[in-house]
Write a protein of this length. Structure first.
Length: 86
């Protein structure tokens, strides 16, 4: 069994969670877990974007060159080599 904790939230917050759960036909707990995952993902990408914004022009050009190099890696393979497709 998963360990649980209780938290207090404002009535307005509870109402938002309750409405979301009803809309998605799921539990309050499932909505809170989903919101927590989405928040964590958003914060991660906000930090990544912020890091890119702080890069100097030279560092950004180096980043783009490295990406281009990685994108073009393996282009010289022979015809009989299989190419992984997604």
């Amino acid at each position: 069994m998963v360990e649980t904790k209780s938290i207090k939230v404002a009535s307005s917050t509870y109402q938002v969670i309750k409405e979301a759960a009803e809309k998605e036909n799921t539990t309050l707990q499932a909505i809170i877990e989903k919101m927590a995952r989405e928040y964590k993902t958003k914060k991660f990408f906000d930090e990544v974007n912020s890091s890119y914004e702080r890069m100097s022009r030279e560092d950004w050009e180096n980043e783009l060159a490295e990406r281009n190099e990685m994108d073009n890696a393996g282009l010289g393979r022979s015809e009989d080599e299989s190419v992984e497709t997604w």
